[in-house]
Design a protein around this ligand. Sequence first.
Ligand code: FES
Ligand code: FES
Length: 271
Amino acid sequence: MNITLTVNRKIHHLDVEPRVLLADVLRETLGLTGTKIGCDTGHCGSCVVMLNGRSLKSCTALAVQADGATIGTVEGLADNGKLNNLQEGFWERHGTQCGFCTSGMLMSLTDMLQRNPTPDEAEIRRWLEGNLCRCTGYQNVVSAAQYAIEKTQSPARMITDTPAKEIFQNRVRLLLSGDAERLVDEHYHDDAVLVGFDFTVRGKDALRKHFRNFFKWVKIEEVLSTDKFTETEDSYFYEATVRTNSGVSRVFDAYYMRDQKIVYHFTGMIK
Ligand code: FES
Ligand code: FES
């Protein structure tokens, strides 16, 4: 039978046997072997994919039943080769061992996060009930999901596990709200210096005026990612990708701190 599947945003016109399983078509016809087959009873969850936006055990559906559907597999989760937050969580929190169950878990948790971006631990565990792991167990998988939730919810798109990251995240909140007064009062010393490519601002009054003007022209809408963050005892540096009212930009800043407030700040933004 002729069917059409849109898999990971690519359209496929296929001629399949009526009795062939969706899991087999994904793996054997399309070569998407990230989807695993770990049982023949529909219990293990290794074969979970997204079908029209909802998770499904692909060994429980015939390919012909999916005719016209939009399907997502684990191969489609990364964005231009960059792991998404959930995949990164599995990496950072050691949520995988042999990896056989991992793609199914990723897809089940993807469905969960689409329906509820801030599930608690009990809900995460409920979503994993249909996914069996024979070697790692579930604790680190839950932790991986929590990593993804924290990072996605963070206005700076990061895990805030150091004092400097906490300061930076608070700063991002004020940048997003365009609050020049609090930004300066809470983050700069009286004698702080801000240096850009073609300007220097010195002292709190001048800084307030600078940020008020800046926010008149530039609305920072979202931090898309904090791509680099390095810190020492008295300094930190970051690079981030942000969306503003005039498009997507790269920003980078270096801060020298005294008593957790900025004394010297170098800033740059490039399109
Ligand atoms: Fe085990 Fe599908 S292969 S549930
Ligand atoms: Fe081996 Fe889960 S990591 S089965």
